[in-house]
Design a protein around this ligand. Structure first.
Ligand SMILES: [Zn+2]
Length: 195
């Protein structure tokens, strides 16, 4: 019994932590933007009257604050993806952390997308796999810049299809991360020929 209840408890605790942090963030933002947009009440008119009254942000001000927090969190995901590349993590690993390995991913046209491609799309455009590119993004040259912890240089990465030596500009001479990624790409290329 212990083994089956633990994951659910862990998931509930995660939910509780997330909701508490978001509620606190919303309250702080509403306090900053519109300090008088709070009301003291129960959560719902159907709540037990004995339930303690609490200070809640008014719903519309709460919506504005929640949207703002969601945008900040989305930006943080992209910043952390760039940091992960600087630490030598692959786009596949980043895609897995983003949850893209848990379900089949499809392009807008129905073609299959790898977790690495989905991670690259999110990092360069903020778009999820099934979201179409808006017109202004058609033909744009996407790039992600990051600081390489192996050579200490600023790197601009312009794609995941090309060989690393061409898609990553800025590594210092003899960078070990670049050498490792070139070797991995070579090995994958050879395996695809042999296979
Ligand atoms: Zn480097």
């Amino acid at each position: 019994m212990e083994a089956t209840t633990k994951p659910a408890d862990h998931g509930l605790a995660r939910q509780a932590i997330g909701r508490r942090i978001v509620s606190t963030g919303i309250a702080e933002l509403v306090t900053h933007d519109t300090p008088d947009a709070f009301e003291v009440r129960r959560r719902s008119p159907r709540s037990d009257p004995a339930y303690p009254q609490m200070r809640h942000p008014k719903p519309l001000e709460g919506i504005r604050a929640a949207r703002f927090l969601a945008r900040i969190a989305a930006g943080e995901v992209r910043t952390l993806a760039a940091e992960a590349r600087g630490h030598g993590m692959t786009w596949t690993q980043i895609g897995e952390a983003l949850g893209y390995a848990d379900r089949p991913l499809l392009y807008v046209d129905g073609a299959r997308m790898t977790p690495a491609e989905a991670a690259w799309k999110l990092a360069t455009t903020g778009l999820e796999p099934d979201m179409p590119y808006p017109p202004r993004l058609h033909g744009h040259a996407p790039a992600v810049s990051w600081d390489c912890w192996s050579c200490g240089q600023r790197v601009s990465e312009t794609g995941i299809e090309q060989i690393p030596g061409e898609s990553q500009r800025g590594h210092g001479f003899g960078c070990e991360q670049l050498a490792a990624e070139v070797a991995a790409a070579d090995a994958a290329w050879n395996a695809s020929i042999d296979g």
